[in-house]
Design a binder for this molecule. Structure first.
Ligand code: NAD
Length: 484
């Protein structure tokens, strides 16, 4: 599909109460193509009054949606899965255009995003409570699962479709109504998801989508509204922390999917071929712009030369170009700030003695490109090892002592995901247990799966998305002490 056709089909106004409307003050956000820096479209930028109208629409829609039989809610989600799958190319082109990622990555994202609708169509009809005898006898403890209420969903730009469906799927399955506030760099995909939900049969007000460039003020206004009971946020730890403070005022339930700084451990007995394949996936999926991206590589000295040279060769062979151009494997970064941060991190590491094995610079061309980069001998203290890189850069640190490698892997405030390569399953499980992260890829460079509980420990977040755990985040346990 041509980009012009996708843009023509995509809504650009706010979705509030089942209708498309412009912002109260007519304000708009310009959406730019990161490969050319040129404007693609302009999207209505919701103000506080628009966001509050969306919350009130969600509040009105809630009782009926919560009382809609689970089988019917499930059918809406199933139709959403089917429609997204049928229109995969439309969604992939939109994602690639506004985010910059290679079309192959965008197609993979659409598949992943649609799977959340399918999974939660299945979960909607499997939400069970419990009944037990009170230990002292005399009555029963009956625990039901009730929808939590109106949920505000705030999503980042790196997976514009999947981060929306990973929240919307379980919220709708549980019987909640939602207001989605997507990232300002990538609002088009979110609006297209909103239109798709209406077509799939979500009643007016159940799904509202309000892009807003004044995100702090607009989200803050929604969190202060008494109807809002839930905040589900995916984004940086810095903004997450701020939102947790805001949510505290009304003691809101929060789910927080925050930043990561994933260590990738290659133990002495690892299958080096498999480790390189896994490293390419863990580092380069989405061009490195993933919270799950391997951020630090700890490689045992006995396999470090072989691993590093093969990994650098694979990185050097990647084709960099505009996301929508044929053959592109790595697109541009999303914006100038993200690219500039990568430039600074690499310069700092090189100044501290790191050797550039491949890449190491932003090519001289229009767009926010950065070359796939492998750095060897990265010194402790380099900012690259403590901050989220969010770009195609792999710093390698050699180790001799496995316990020390695990200690270094854990020496971060983040704890989203870790990766371990070893041929010895017993050893791999022991190291997996010792790693302080919510998820571990053991001989795998990819952990994300709609059927699995995704989330972090420490400052990588609170709560889980996906799996059965994901739907529970949108419910409250309702205990009824029952005289039988
Ligand atoms: P971000 O924190 O800058 O923005 C995320 C969202 O919050 C956007 O919609 C943004 O408009 C909004 N926002 C920004 N400031 C706000 C404020 N003061 N109040 C309310 N909302 C505000 O993150 P980003 O740059 O869009 O995304 C990258 C970050 O997201 C990385 O740190 C990455 O690790 C993280 N991320 C985490 C996961 C996960 O599942 N753990 C998944 C994807 C991305």
């Amino acid at each position: 599909m041509q980009i012009t056709e996708a843009l023509d089909r995509c809504p650009t106004d706010l979705l509030v109460d089942g209708a498309w409307r412009t912002a109260a003050d007519g304000r708009r956000i310009e959406v730019r193509d990161p490969a050319t820096t040129e404007a693609l479209a302009s999207v209505a930028s919701g103000q506080e009054s628009d966001a509050l109208a969306a919350v009130e629409a969600a509040e009105r829609a809630l009782p009926r949606w919560a009382a809609t039989p689970p089988r019917e809610r499930s059918a809406v989600l199933r139709r959403a899965y089917e429609l997204m799958t049928e229109r995969a190319e439309y969604f992939a082109v939109l994602i690639s255009a506004e985010n910059g990622k290679a079309l192959a990555d965008a197609r993979a994202e659409v598949g992943y995003a649609a799977e959340f609708f399918r999974w939660y169509a299945e979960e909607a009809v499997r939400l069970a409570g419990t009944v037990q005898h009170a230990p002292a006898g005399g009555y029963r403890i009956l625990v039901d699962r009730a929808p939590i209420g109106v949920a505000v969903l705030v999503t980042p730009w790196n997976y514009p479709a999947a981060m929306a469906t990973r929240k919307m799927g379980p919220a709708l399955a549980a019987g909640c109504s939602v207001v989605l506030k997507p990232a300002s760099d990538t609002p088009l995909t979110a609006l297209a998801v909103g239109a798709l939900m209406a077509e799939a049969g979500a009643p007016a007000g159940v799904v509202n989508v309000v892009p807003a460039d004044r995100s702090g003020a607009v989200v803050g206004a929604m969190l202060a509204h008494p109807a809002v009971r839930k905040l589900s946020f995916t984004g940086s730890t810095e903004v997450g922390r701020r939102l947790l403070h805001g949510a505290a005022d009304r003691v809101l339930s929060t789910s927080m999917e925050l930043g990561g700084n994933a260590p990738f451990l290659v133990l002495a007995d690892a299958d080096v071929d498999a480790a390189v394949r896994g490293a390419m996936l863990a580092k380069m999926r989405n061009g490195g712009e993933a919270c799950t991206a391997a951020n630090r590589f700890y490689v045992h000295a006995s396999v470090a030369d072989e691993f590093t040279s093969r990994f650098a060769a694979a990185m050097a062979a990647l084709k960099v170009g505009p996301g929508l151009a044929a053959g592109t494997e790595v697109g541009p970064l999303v914006n100038a700030d993200t690219r500039d941060k990568v430039v600074e991190l690499v310069e700092d590491a090189v100044a501290r003695g790191a050797r550039v094995r491949t890449g190491g610079r932003a090519p001289e061309r229009t767009g926010y490109f950065y070359e796939p980069t492998v750095l060897d001998g990265v010194a402790p203290g380099s900012a690259l090892l403590t901050e989220e890189i969010f770009g195609p850069v792999a710093p390698i640190v050699r180790f001799e002592d496995e316990a020390e490698a695990v200690r270094l892997a854990n020496a971060t405030e983040y704890g989203l995901v870790s990766y371990v390569y070893t041929r010895d399953l017993r050893r791999g499980l022991a190291v997996s247990g010792a790693l302080e992260s919510g998820m571990v890829g053991l001989n795998r460079g990819l952990v994300s799966d709609p059927a699995a509980p995704f989330g972090g420990v420490k400052q990588s977040g609170l709560g889980r998305e996906g799996g059965h755990e994901g739907i529970l985040e949108y419910t409250e346990a309702k205990y009824i002490a029952t005289d039988w």
